[in-house]
Design a protein around this ligand. Sequence first.
Ligand SMILES: Nc1nc2c(ncn2[C@@H]2O[C@H](COP(=O)(O)OP(=O)(O)OP(=O)(O)O)[C@@H](O)[C@H]2O)c(=O)[nH]1
Length: 409
Amino acid sequence: MESDLMRPIDMLSAYIIAGVGSLLGAMMMLIARQAEPSQRAPLNQCLYGFLILGVGLAHNAFTDTAVRWPILFGAAASLVGTALIARGLGWMVSARPPRFGALPTAVLLAGLVIAAWPLPPRWFGIVFHAIFLMFAASLAYATRHALLRPRSAAERAVGVICALYALTWAQTLWYAIGYRGPELRHLMYMPEPMLTMFAVTYALMPLLVGALVLNLANAQLGARLNRLASTDELTGLLTRRALHERAQLWHAEVRARGQTPALLLVDIDYFKQINDSHGHECGDAVLRAVSGRMRGHLRGDALIARWGGEEFLVLLEASHCRDAAAAAERLRAAVGDAPFSIGALRVPVTASLGLAAWTDDTQFARAVAAADAALYTAKRGGRNRVAIADACEPADALSATAAASRRTP
Ligand SMILES: Nc1nc2c(ncn2[C@@H]2O[C@H](COP(=O)(O)OP(=O)(O)OP(=O)(O)O)[C@@H](O)[C@H]2O)c(=O)[nH]1
């Protein structure tokens, strides 16, 4: 019955449930903040938002529902808290600060709530819920990217939850408009079971958003760790482990396209001398420069890894072994034909290359061993040259290409 609405005990439990939920949400944010330093700024906004929201709601629980200023304080705190959450979440999922100024808008709308106070109580409730619906909708809007193009299940869940949050305000507004009971100056105008449901949803929202943001932050942290583990710090190329992980899939895809997978081991010649003559830092700079030049001369679909100190492994897709040999020769020339400018120094660098085809019945490790044996041949043959493993067929055609490529330093 509508006359049973708004008993103080219902209001108390509703606000306590919602307030505790918001404070728990703030705690989740605090944990997330420690997990992901790069997300600190948006997480801070969410943290403060949930804190202010929680304080406002918990405060309302212990306030006489007919007293003016405490209710207004609770209403204003809820508005400012939600505005901060909207800004923080929007920032987090779109990876850039949202354009709208959350705080000035929140202060303006809180002013509107205060201005609405002299209206009849039900009208005050309607104005408050309408403003809050706008805010909740802006929360859903801020995270729309998470709904439309989610990068993870957690991000989609954040978007869905924000949309649900907006719906709960639409529902509250609906009840406030349809309310026909005694006029009391509080914010809820809905039957008791709905009030409980609203409070539980309200409490769960920040808690779930907090948990999901933590999940999101962890997923981003995981992706960053993965990136760090798969990228060589000095050269920016793949690490040996990352190439190992990708090699089989790459091989299967190249074979599926009917192409020839080839392996190329590239080793800088007399690299120790570069270190000894110009210092280790210059050696590092040469490694970076050689990596950059190789990347620039290889097709975008080639995988390049730093295989060892001054050794690189390239996975090449070619229409034929002969094309792979020609690509290897181009790479040798790219490295060896012009010296590298390292500061004021001009450092001549050459490389020896071992090429092997990776046939269907060969293990990756055996193909690498074949390329390594070919590299050894190139080194023994005088360096600054390409040598081709027997596995690369037809041998004659390849030998002809390779012979043309041989030069002595
Ligand atoms: N600056 C620098 N030097 C490195 C790095 N990793 C390995 N090296 C050095 O690379 C040198 C490799 O020397 P060697 O294996 O003798 O090979 P090399 O001098 O290139 O001779 P060949 O390969 O036979 O032509 C060693 O002196 C290592 O200390 C690195 O990350 N930075």
